[in-house]
Design a binder for this molecule. Structure first.
Ligand code: HXC
Length: 258
């Protein structure tokens, strides 16, 4: 595919997607999101890929959905065509881990895209916010749902209702961000973590992702039961035998993803 709005590369076993609309601070239009879906489909189907990173530029991960595009839409456009929000759940449905590496602005749909990834690594320059209220709309791709789950009701309300931005330190303290990394090392450090993840057994990594995500969809007892079943199933893997044999033999495990 000839991508116009993103750059798609591989770094070893890691699939790297760079949002690339620099003149518009990586504002997310439908074409970009469609390309993102194609890239994710490709990486998910590629057996050589064990982890995916989505990043932007130094200035912006993404400054939101494209306001110029949205300004031309009316209700029937967005409802019938599912414009703006179509395909947004594709990141969530990806079965391999997806890390958002965020520098600069992650606003509106940009913050929502980062939140739909499995975790966010933030540069110390990162700024998160849901400023849709200023435009006469509301967060429409998970901002009112994922943000409170990540940072709690008080801060989510504050961010969504006042449109203020939250810096990386506040975001990390609030639980939105997994790590803060100096901006100039963001991609390198994120790729290092992604490479480590991709070096583990892919089925186990997928089971872990599925189990953690399950905790948001179930009661504690249901979640624990799910975890127990998946835990037991890991003992059917050759990689479980290899991982434990490698520990006993004091060598590095060579996982075969089966
Ligand atoms: C379209 C955008 C844009 C956006 C920035 N640009 N954000 N274009 N959609 N969301 C464009 C600007 O028009 C400008 O283009 C160029 O990028 C640089 O932006 P500046 O404003 O000049 O930069 P700066 O002064 O540094 O301010 C940065 C900023 C500001 C604070 C991020 O751009 C801003 O407030 N942007 C809008 C943020 C926002 O409201 N996001 C939520 C969108 S709604 P020109 O051509 O003038 O140089 C949303 C809904 C999601 O995301 C719901 C479902 C997906």
């Amino acid at each position: 595919m000839d991508y116009q709005n993103i750059i798609v590369e591989t770094r070893g076993k890691v699939g790297l997607i760079t949002l690339n609309r620099p003149k518009a601070l990586n504002a997310l239009n439908d074409a970009l999101v469609d390309e993102l879906v194609v890239a994710l489909n490709g990486f998910e189907a590629d057996e050589a890929i064990g982890c995916i990173v989505i990043t932007g530029s130094d200035k912006a991960f993404a400054a939101g959905a494209d306001i110029g595009m949205m300004a031309t839409y009316d209700y029937m456009d967005v409802y019938k065509g599912d414009y703006i929000t179509r395909n947004w759940e594709r990141v969530k449905t990806c079965r391999k881990p997806v890390i958002a590496a965020v520098a600069g602005f992650a606003l509106g749909g940009g913050c929502e895209l980062a939140m739909s990834c499995d975790m966010i690594y933030a540069a110390d320059t990162a700024k998160f916010g849901q400023p849709e209220v200023k435009l006469g709309i509301l967060p429409g791709a998970g901002g009112t749902q994922r943000l409170p789950r990540a940072v709690g009701k008080a801060k989510a309300m504050d961010l969504c209702l006042t449109a203020r931005m939250m810096d990386a330190t506040e975001a990390e303290r609030a639980g939105l961000v997994a790590r803060i990394i100096p901006a100039e090392q963001l991609l390198e450090e994120t790729l290092k973590a992604a490479t480590a993840i991709a070096g583990y057994s892919l089925p186990v990594v997928m089971m872990i992702k599925e189990s953690v995500n399950r905790s948001f969809e179930s009661s504690l007892n249901e979640g624990l039961l799910f975890e127990r079943r998946v835990f037991h199933s890991a003992f059917a893997l050759e990689d479980q035998k290899e991982g434990m044999a490698a520990f006993v033999e004091k060598r590095k495990a060579q996982f075969k993803n089966k």
